[in-house]
Design a binder for this molecule. Structure first.
Ligand code: ZN
Ligand code: ZN
Length: 336
């Protein structure tokens, strides 16, 4: 089959690789759509493993089912969480493989979905394989993974309708967080980012005030908009020193900072700034596929304005270049 294979920093080539073989507990999915993720770009920029096939935000049709798999049939349209349980940890020994504490991840530790076919080695309906309601398109389904991360973070903050919240960092996770917050119902959503295309998208997603952090003083505007009280909750979706400092500055006394963005560098900070305001810092790492699918099914979250570019599998190198460097890129999809 054809697959997009990494050969070094910024070197992705579409080439022929062996077809995947279905394990007894696995399924093989014919890929229809696969998103390029910010996490992929990290390895793409800094030279990941030679031979890596990325792709963990995907959808397609099940074409082969392992002998030991129950309740999954070929022809099912689905999205999936790709992981391979270690088989040794506490959770694996309890039979709860989906909670494995040492799982290998599809698209990083073993081949992902930027290919014609992808093998999901551990297939269980509702745990790793999620059949699609008729209403969801393949592109919706390939957006479930990032949306599920946004949902998880918003849900973890337990927003109330009376609250003012800010989302700092307008990558796809931040943009979907705005949509989820809007769907949940909060009083006011402020959004701060840098790229014009994403500032426009933030407005479409439902932000009430959009701040161009490249030109404006985000912290000052957020403080003014909240009557100088600060916001109840701030979502840190960028993962930089500057945005972290902004979050601490604009969080209201007793407020929450949701740490969502991945930091490539350690932070320098004065914990007293959080102590003196009684802030709660909450780390967010997790997803919720069923909740994300439900939001899409109900039409309360929409993916189409998030998908800025589409490329064929043969154009995978261009897809990565676009996601990495094109200022108009929001989410780039590869369509094998
Ligand atoms: Zn991702
Ligand atoms: Zn395990």
């Amino acid at each position: 089959m054809k697959a997009a294979v990494m050969h070094g920093a910024k070197d992705i080539r579409t080439e022929t690789v062996p077809d995947p073989v279905c394990a007894p507990h696995g399924v093989i999915i014919k890929v229809n759509a696969c998103g390029v993720c910010g996490s992929d770009l990290h390895y793409y920029r800094h030279d990941g493993h030679d031979g890596t096939i990325f792709g963990h935000e995907f959808s397609g049709d099940i074409v082969e089912v392992g002998a030991a798999v129950k309740d999954i049939t070929t022809g099912t349209r689905c999205t999936a969480v790709g992981f391979s349980p270690c088989g040794k940890c506490y959770w694996c020994r309890e039979g709860k493989m989906h909670r494995c504490s040492d799982m290998a991840l599809l698209g990083y530790h073993f081949p992902g979905a930027m290919a014609e076919y992808v093998h999901v080695p551990f297939a269980a309906p509702g745990r790793s394989i999620f059949p699609l309601p008729e209403k969801l398109t393949y592109e919706d389904a390939a957006s479930v993974e990032p949306l599920s991360i946004s949902y998880f973070s918003v849900n973890r903050s337990q927003p109330k309708e009376s609250e003012i919240v800010a989302v700092i960092g307008l990558g796809v996770i931040g943009l979907y967080a705005i949509q989820v917050l809007k769907a949940t119902g909060v009083k006011q959503i402020l959004a701060s980012g840098r790229r014009p295309s994403r500032l426009a998208a933030a407005k479409t997603c439902g932000a009430d005030i959009v701040i161009d952090a490249a030109r404006e003083n985000a912290a000052k505007i957020i403080m003014e908009a909240s009557g100088n009280l600060g916001v109840n909750t701030v979502f840190e979706c960028a993962g930089t020193q500057i945005t972290f400092d902004q979050c601490v500055a604009v969080a209201r006394g007793g407020g929450k900072i949701m740490l969502v963005g991945v930091y490539e560098e350690p932070l320098a900070w004065q914990p007293l700034s959080a102590i003196s305001k009684n802030l709660t810092l909450i780390g967010c790492l997790g997803g919720n596929f069923p909740a994300a699918i439900e939001l899409l099914k109900q039409g309360r979250v929409k993916t189409q304005d998030m998908i800025s570019h589409r490329f064929s599998l043969d154009e995978a190198a261009e897809a990565f270049r676009t996601q990495d460097a094109d200022p108009t890129a929001i989410k780039v999809m590869i369509k094998p």
